[in-house]
Ligand binder design. Structure first.
Ligand code: KG4
Ligand code: ZN
Length: 346
């Protein structure tokens, strides 16, 4: 069996072909980082237009790598939730057109479930039941996952997502987009204890939520002093910037690790699976590994290239194929989270 998977939820245009054993026969990612860099974040309209230019070349290259033609596919799958509306529409329109042209069934992918499934693809071990933690530019979410497509939301961020706050703080420090890798690099020379930044929500184990906007304000005050309108780190020395980056990174990571441990304890689960761009962070990986040893849970973190957006994690479409979950060609995009992620896209 061969499934073509398409990913265009945010600013990466990606496609992959996977077989029934999750072998990756072809995979291509076209990143838009260079396009959005000068704006310090993703500009949705520009992202959609870039997807439009890239989507067909990316799909063709993937099919070529896989040595498969449209007629050789068993299904075409596409992430239709959550994400940027215009970006999602490009992927969905491409998938529907190919389904119509080639007479193939359409499968919907929930992008967040796919981020967790990246661990299944990478490790080929039974993951479920587990706690799923997704830490990306748009999401910081905890799930109780009883199966690959059975997710119950336990809590999300009430304001900024983890990746979003990395991007915003990087911008305040004058560091390039995307902020996560820039902060990580800057933090290497900094003291994570230099600034006592808050760890919001961590004191309450019953609230499995994140909040990063207060932390962001604390960083801003560390840069400018309270009440000043200038948010940029003009007068700071290199060492001060590094100390702020390291202290900020440590605070975000403490919240993510702490809440994941609280969720495991609350639901008496022994497996944690993590996906999303922020999971590429080296310090985060160190601290969550240390927590796994201390609290004795099994830990699966997607490898770095499957943490950030890609279409290989779209192999989750195999699960929907096996369950007979196909979509009609009037499938729509759902930019916000669908209430019941089992029914991706409805
Ligand atoms: O999962 P992803 O590629 O796209 C979304 O679905 O959002 O995540 C992108 C986010 C960006 O905010 C980026 O700054 C963050 O992941 N990120 C990192 C690192 N690499 C990427 N954050 C912290 N440390 C990193 N090394
Ligand atoms: Zn993502």
């Amino acid at each position: 069996m061969k499934i073509l998977t398409i990913e265009s939820t945010c600013d990466e245009t990606a496609a992959a072909v996977v077989d029934e054993n999750r072998n990756v026969l072809g995979a291509v990612v076209a990143s838009q980082v260079g396009i959005h860099e000068k704006f310090g974040g993703v500009v949705p309209e520009i992202a959609s237009r870039a997807h439009m230019e890239c989507i067909l070349p990316v799909i063709s290259e993937t099919m070529e790598q896989a040595g498969v033609s449209l007629s050789g596919l068993d299904a075409i799958a596409v992430a239709n939730t959550p994400g940027l509306a215009g970006s999602l529409l490009i992927g969905l329109s491409a998938a529907k057109s190919l389904c119509l042209a080639a007479g193939k069934p359409l499968i919907a992918i929930n992008h967040l479930q796919a981020h967790i499934y990246a661990c299944r693809v990478a490790f080929e071990e039974e993951l479920f039941p587990c706690i799923g933690l997704i830490v990306s530019g748009g999401h910081s979410s905890l799930y109780r996952c009883s199966g690959p497509i059975e997710f119950e939301s336990l809590g999300t961020t009430i304001d900024d997502a983890a990746g979003e706050v990395f991007d915003k703080v990087a911008s305040m420090l004058g560091l390039p987009y995307p902020g996560g890798p820039s902060i990580q690099k800057m933090a290497e020379n900094g003291n994570p204890k230099a600034y006592p930044f808050p760890r919001p929500m961590l004191h309450d184990p019953d609230r499995l939520q994140f909040s990063f906007s207060g932390l962001k304000t604390a960083v801003r005050y560390a840069i400018t002093g309270p009440g000043k309108s200038d948010v940029f780190a003009v007068g700071l020395s290199g060492q001060q910037k590094a100390d702020i980056a390291a202290s900020f990174q440590e605070a975000v990571i403490d919240c993510l690790v702490g809440k994941a441990v609280q969720a495991l304890k609350k639901y008496r689960l022994k497996t944690l699976c993590i996906g999303g761009g922020v999971a590429a962070n080296t310090r985060f990986r160190e601290k969550i590994n240390a927590a796994a040893e201390k609290y004795h849970f099994r830990l699966f973190i997607a490898p770095k290239k499957l943490c950030t957006d890609n279409a290989v994690m779209g192999a989750i479409a195999l699960e929907r194929f096996k369950a007979g979950l196909f979509e009609s060609l009037d499938l729509d995009v759902y930019p916000g989270l669908v209430r019941d992620p089992q029914i991706a896209g409805r």
